[in-house]
Design a protein around this ligand. Structure first.
Ligand SMILES: [Zn+2]
Ligand SMILES: [Zn+2]
Length: 478
């Protein structure tokens, strides 16, 4: 699913770095937008520093990664994860207090402040203020999934939890297994590594970083909670938001980028189609909802093939079809659960309208009365992730300085979803994909028991790429 579009490596005169380390070009936040003629740069010296800090700090973050991986927590229950992140953020701050100003020269005003409990739960926001300049949000998510791990790693998760997320002791099969199968443990340790690197290399940039550690991504509520708890009002408002998501389709060492639509919007449906239960030997005495629901499920598939323009990307999946309990009883109802994926509001509206028409049509053809019409329950849709194309171009250029242009790969959009999209409804931003697979063949898919990142190469690439991308972007915004 990938295509290679390589960008040229330009060597940048050292002089250019001076322009954005002085801070004299800072403007008000609203004006911090990428302009076509802005000369952005990152010095060769900075690139070497970024790589050397990544190398020096790797061992520390590998240990933290293994700890997080072995102790995953489900959505909304990220208590220990939040403690581990907060203590690491505190140690970064202490290291800086001891050594930062000596090591990095003109950054005596660097301020680091961490706020916990954002979003009413375990969310963390760390502000790194390094003089005046643009504000950039960097986000990592924290939660794991109810999957039994089968990677065979020495630090494989064997954790099982009760309904409240408390760890169950002993090797029983009780409770729910938990695994970091979406790579959020990679996201957290990469972001910490980036923050550490930006702090040590703070002479190379000016501005403010808003680092967001967000719980509950998998339940698609975490970003909304962070926003409604004042992420964009209590803290400096960013000009742009960036994040990584792990990507088994790419080998470790590569970063995937995409201009524009990146990940799909989602709306889920629970649909009840009513009938009239009766004895299975005498179906003519009732109204069997099962054939009616089968017809509806088949008809739903014509929404994509016949109603939505073929030039658009859309998916409808009925993932659950539940009815009945015995071979000889016609049930009273069928309950369907479906998910739809789309990249614009018009497609979402078409799904809504056609699902309604087809479902009610099925009930009418069954001869159901007015008071036994179907029930369709759907929540708010999650929006699609639409990357800001200009931002992608700039950040990708900065990333290429540290990881090399041949390690940036243009990829296709995917029909998976990410609640990072909600931030992008407020500020422009971009989601980049971080390759995690061995060089020879892809590791297990996301959300499977065999998802096993090649951690060292993944982490080094993520930290070098994002640190380079952020410093370069800061320069472009001054
Ligand atoms: Zn996931
Ligand atoms: Zn994820």
């Amino acid at each position: 699913m990938t295509h290679n579009h390589f960008i040229a490596f330009h060597s940048i005169p050292l002089l250019a770095i001076v322009l954005f380390t002085t801070g004299v070009f800072s403007t008000s936040l609203a004006q911090n937008r990428i302009s076509d003629k802005t000369p952005a740069s990152i010095s060769e010296a900075s690139v070497l520093n970024i790589k050397s800090v990544a190398e020096q700090t790797y061992g520390h973050y590998e240990a933290l990664y293994e700890k997080l991986h072995k102790n995953p927590e489900l959505s909304g229950m990220e208590r220990e994860t939040s403690d581990a992140l907060a203590s690491d953020l505190q140690s970064i701050k202490e290291i800086y207090a001891k050594t930062g100003s000596n090591k990095t020269g003109n950054n005596k005003n660097l301020q680091i402040e961490t706020t916990r409990g954002v979003g009413g739960g375990y969310g963390i926001v760390t502000i790194i203020k390094n003089g005046s300049g643009p504000v950039i949000l960097l986000r990592a998510d924290m939660d794991a999934l109810p999957i039994k791990e089968e990677t065979g790693l020495p630090f494989e998760s064997t954790k099982r939890v009760d309904a409240k997320g408390n760890r169950l002791q002993g090797g029983s099969d009780a409770g729910t297994p938990v695994m970091h199968a979406c790579g959020h443990d990679v996201h957290m340790t990469v972001l910490l590594g980036v923050l550490n690197n930006l702090i040590v290399n703070s002479a190379a940039w000016h501005g403010t970083i808003v680092a967001v550690f967000q719980p509950s991504e998998e339940r698609n509520g975490g970003s909304s909670q962070m926003i409604s708890d004042g992420l964009f009002t209590r803290f400096p408002k960013p000009s742009y938001a960036l994040c990584f998501h792990t990507f088994p389709d790419l080998p470790a060492g590569k970063v995937g980028y995409i201009y524009g639509p990146s990940m799909a919007g989602v709306r889920n449906y629970t649909i009840t189609i009513y009938g009239e239960g009766t004895h299975g030997g005498y179906p003519h005495r009732g109204k069997d909802p099962i054939p009616a629901a089968c017809a509806a499920v088949l008809d739903y598939q014509t929404i994509v093939s016949r109603t939505i323009p073929a030039t658009k990307s859309a998916v409808l999946t009925v993932g659950a079809f539940n009815a009945g309990s015995r071979p000889n009883i016609v049930p009273d109802s069928v309950v369907l659960q479906a998910t739809t994926r789309f990249f614009d509001n018009a497609t979402d509206s078409t799904f809504l309208k056609r699902i309604h028409e087809i479902t009610f049509g099925a009930a009418e053809s069954l001869g159901m009365p007015e008071n036994k019409m179907p029930k369709i329950v759907t929540g708010n849709p999650a929006p699609p992730v639409i990357n800001d194309a200009k931002l992608v171009g700039i950040v990708k250029e900065g990333m290429s300085r540290t990881i090399g242009a041949n390690n940036l790969v243009e990829i296709d959009k995917v029909m998976g979803a990410e609640d990072f999209a909600r931030y992008l409804q407020i500020v422009p931003g971009a989601l980049f994909r971080l390759g995690v697979s061995p060089a020879d063949k892809p590791t297990g898919e996301l959300h499977t028991s065999k998802m096993k990142p090649e951690f060292r190469k993944t982490w080094m690439t993520g930290v070098e790429a994002m640190t380079g991308g952020v410093i370069y972007l800061m320069g472009a915004l001054h």
